[in-house]
Write a protein that binds this ligand. Sequence first.
Ligand SMILES: Cc1cc2nc3c(=O)[nH]c(=O)nc-3n(C[C@H](O)[C@H](O)[C@H](O)COP(=O)(O)O)c2cc1C
Length: 181
Amino acid sequence: MKLIGISGALRRASTNTGLLRALQALLPPGIAMDIATLHGIPPFDEDLIAASGKPDVVTALAEKIRQADGIIIATPEYQFSVPGVLKNANDWLSTCNAPFKWKRTGVVGASAGAMAGTARAQYHLRQNLQALQAIVMPRPEIMIVHNELKFDADGNLTDAETRERLHKWLEAFLEWVEKKP
Ligand SMILES: Cc1cc2nc3c(=O)[nH]c(=O)nc-3n(C[C@H](O)[C@H](O)[C@H](O)COP(=O)(O)O)c2cc1C
């Protein structure tokens, strides 16, 4: 089984990118996950397509999604919603012959403080992924609050209880991707 992780954050010490690294480390033997970055994706602009075609960074991401059996998106929450870079990437991907079509997709996220642990962003992302024809795992969900207490300054997960929750989530996700119920 081949997975791809996509982080909705660009910053080096992102806890959401760290969440994907933590998932990577929990994968059983024989299952690999690449982590894709959204760096370098320009703002969506149809005039850009008309002038020079789709950016290579977008077509390469679309191809990685197409090749994957499962996709895990780790999204921060910005202004109670999905970060602009992630929504922008999805707008570009919608022009790439439906790379998400029928793809098993999981959504995870970590945010600061005691608010909603990215719940609002995750639900906006689910709506977005519906348009892209992804099949998003209904449950379990994982919404991590207080990331400032659970990750170090480099964005690496340090909290054992969160790692255990993440492990359970991952086991459910892998079973769901494998069995395609
Ligand atoms: C522009 C901006 C908007 C934010 N809006 C929210 C928000 O609506 N809800 C929330 O829980 N956290 C919000 N935060 C705090 C993020 O949860 C926190 O910065 C988190 O660490 C971002 O994820 P990252 O570590 O992957 O970069 C916001 C942060 C930024 C920079």
